[in-house]
Design a protein around this ligand. Sequence first.
Ligand code: AHR
Length: 629
Amino acid sequence: MHGIFFEEISHGGEGGLYGELIQNRGFEESKIPEGCTLDSGFLVPPRTPHYSAGRVVDWKMPFEAKNDYPAWSLATTGGAVARLALDLSQPLYPETPRSLRIDIASMPRTANVAVINEGFWGISVQQGAAYTLTFHSRTEKYNGVMTARLVSADGKTLAEHVFERVQGSGWKKYTATLRAHASDAQATFQLVLSRPGTVWLDFVSLFPVQTFRNRPNGLRPDLAQYLADLKPAFVRWPGGCFVEGISPQSAPNWKKSLGPVERRPGTYSPWGYWSSDGLGYHEFLQFCEDIGADALYVFNCGVSCEMRSGVYLEDAHVDTLVASVLEAIEYAIGPQESRWGKVRAKQGHPEPFPLRYVEVGNEQVGERYAKRFNIFYKAIKEKYPQLEILAAMGIAHLSQPTIRAVGKMDIADEHAYKAAGWAMTYADWYDKYPRKDWRLYVGEYACNAGVGAGNIAAALNDATFILGMERNSDLVTMSSYAPLLENIHDTDWPVNLIRFDAGRSFARISYYAIKMLNEHKASVNLATQVSAPIDTVTPAFAGKIGLSTWDTQTEYKDVEVIQDGKVVYHSGLIRKEDWRLTGGQWEVRDSVLAQTKAGAWPLALLNTKSFDTYTLKLKARKTGGYNAF
Ligand code: AHR
């Protein structure tokens, strides 16, 4: 039952699980994701057809690439005159066209010019540890040495290698092992130049020699070990919203995450930063195998993240998408004589990987998705009957009349982010679910509101929730907590299972609750009664629709109003801008109203305030909890 769910969110992979220590190693991170535009520092994805009919505020996010070469800077001393520029003129590889150009106009004898990478909020350097440095450089206009250094926050050199012979034309690859003679958790990488001239740099990579299971291009050992110790039955990846992409064009493409890492163009995560895709399709399958877990691959079915833009690729593109996922499956489990099995074998893995599940999209709902799902289901089942195929919408959606269009499916993936006390109040939640020709995968669950960044109350809620799933294991056959990993310097989500910075990592209490329950599975169900006085365990309703505690986010998904144990109102997506609380009453935009059928509201419409704003009175107040997001 218990698996894990990995997504590129809060730098869980890039600057997290993936062992690379250099941020923006290929200088590709200033590019605008395909299909999006930049508007005064904000990234604007294509418009959502669903919303463009209304007057909902368009979604846009600050684009984090503040300059042309994020995470890189220049330091000059002793009167040296130098500058950095992004260069696209002579790419190392066409797929990754950007490089960094360093022009040093003048350099007195005692001067210094250093090109600096800050790592992922510092580089944690350990005394005695060795680091593999690789970079590519063009030096035809430079006649000096290059000194690579790891430098502590207070300016001390922790490791050094001097490249003496750097002349020649065209791109050249340089490698060295840097061994640290002292430690610092906040170190930087520096490439120091000694003479005036011009130098081009590309793909600067620094890896600890020791990675998880010592795989090249491998994983950060402490984080990977946390995951292995959970003994997950399966690993779901790569998302989450990440799968959906900020626009259909920029959604992840498994083929582009294969092969030489220098040639992978990267994927823009809807969480606001670039992934280098060094931790790509092959590496994930390898990780699953390394920790003895089945692989659950989630692929994009031609629709971008509904929270962001929700744009559907036209149906005409679906055949191409189907062909692509069949190829991805062949790469994972096809015989080594097959076209993609051959590619896998060439990558050093002739035997099939443990791919057991595939999921069609992430958190998509509605009739259009259902129709699309059916196409994928048929094509995949015909060729790979042994695979389990998951629908990205839950049973709650499947039971809705408009969405009955889903034909056959193996497992429904339903997500369950809950507020403090919810699991106690609704301890019998899954007991009441309809049993039909389906199984349920709770692909994302967590108690993540009213529990700070995750405390003992969260862990007790999660444990209670897990007991509810286990008690209904005829129906709920798989589960995974979300999100898994959080770099504390770039938090995209309020509560996460394992937190870390460049050098340290810390699993929350919920991690140990999941581990304990996974290691001690129940073999018998005893009748249980849970009594939890609603008023004390459930926060009052007013002012909480959309959970105002989560202030960094402007949209809320799957908001449910629950009255006497029943979901009386469900909204797939609302945004903070759509609602406001005035004098104890809610106001909502008509475009939101239009999404719900008349009579479906637990709220009474009182009066019209303006052209697109109504005042609503919340009748559901204090009736027993809410379901967050
Ligand atoms: O886990 C965080 C996000 O929550 C996922 O990306 C998405 O699937 C869900 O809405």
